[in-house]
Design a protein around this ligand. Structure first.
Ligand code: PCA
Length: 323
């Protein structure tokens, strides 16, 4: 009897040590459950949870609920959390490679944006590696278009307006457009329009749909300026501690999430523009004048970016042009 008790005790101890060995990760995301980005993050986590045989559970905390967007990069770096998602362009002040993600009129359709991603991926991964971070996947937003309260036929129509910015690069863009940049996170966009803190913004049709932009703004001009991305990244030290099978599950789930994200970006670009129109927004293509003025700004911004990014930046642009 005593032996059986002892054996059971050992068994329980062993079982509970197994339970302790199962990892639990917290995954903060910046955007809410309505955005495709968070849906992609959830499908990534669901796949890992289902396929890791109980060894790893990833819990998604969407909409900045666990960690606010500006803190997510640092939180993964410092191992406050194991994994996280951010909008790449937000990190522009850390390194120019992050700024590249928001440069207008460099890659304005999805095929070009995929090429730019592949051309910049080695530099992006190298920059993350400096902080012991590892890229898992990227997921694009539909192309960035112009929201305003009146028709915009040329930049003169925007002169002096307050323009929402969401990254260092979009602040610079607002300057060059003759507008005043105001930093507003996605969650505050609707309120910022209704309180006149901003008059215009450049973002995707999806972000308009997610925030019901037809309630507070009337015009949508499809300038298709650039295709920015969110990225999912993990702390490499924590990743390296996992067994090989679990690592492989994560990498496969990441590759699947990337495919899903890019397919969704392409699809929603069309569907969400239609939804804006169906909800009463005035959707129009840019005039030749506006298009030419914006492209000239794009050329300035590519030049400025190359000056800042130096030889490393030139390598990325050369690789992109060669594709
Ligand atoms: N929506 C996000 C980033 C890019 C986009 O299309 C935002 O406006 O915050």
């Amino acid at each position: 009897m005593k032996n059986i008790t002892l054996a059971l005790g050992i068994l329980f101890a062993f079982a509970s040590s197994l339970a302790v060995a199962a990892d639990k990760w917290d995954l903060p995301t910046p955007y809410g459950d309505g955005t495709h980005q968070t849906q992609v993050a959830r499908s990534f986590a669901d796949e890992v949870n289902a396929k890791s045989g109980g060894k790893l559970t990833i819990k998604v905390h969407s909409g900045g609920a666990l960690i606010k967007h500006p803190e997510i990069h640092r939180a993964v770096k410092s191992r406050q959390v194991q994994i996280g998602e951010v909008f790449i362009g937000r990190l522009g002040n850390i390194n120019p490679i992050f700024k590249l993600d928001n440069i207008p009129f460099l890659a304005t359709d999805f095929d070009s944006a995929e090429k730019l991603y592949r051309a910049s991926q080695p530099a992006l991964e190298a920059e993350l590696a400096k902080d012991k971070l590892m890229l898992l996947y990227t997921s694009p937003w539909p192309a960035q278009d112009l929201y305003s309260n009146k028709p915009v036929n040329s930049l003169a129509d925007l002169q002096g307006l307050k323009m929402r910015a969401y990254s260092p690069t979009t602040s610079r863009l607002a300057d060059l457009m003759g507008t005043t940049p105001v930093n507003i996170p996605f969650s505050d966009v609707a309120q910022a329009f209704t309180t006149n803190a901003i008059d215009a913004m450049v973002t995707s049709p999806s972000t308009g749909v997610n925030s019901q932009s037809w309630d507070y703004i009337s015009h949508f001009t499809t300038i298709n300026a650039w295709i920015p991305k969110n990225m999912m990244f993990v702390n490499k030290k924590i990743f390296d501690r996992l067994d090989k099978d679990t690592q492989a599950v994560i990498l496969t789930a990441a590759a699947n999430a990337e495919k899903k994200g890019w397919a969704l970006g392409r699809k929603l670009a069309v569907e969400h523009t239609d939804l804006l129109r169906e909800n009463g927004m005035q959707v129009s293509a840019p005039s030749a004048k506006l298009d030419a003025e914006l492209r000239a700004i794009g050329a300035v911004m590519v030049k400025e970016w190359l000056e800042e990014a130096g030889a490393d930046g030139q390598k990325v642009i050369d690789a992109y042009n060669a594709m």
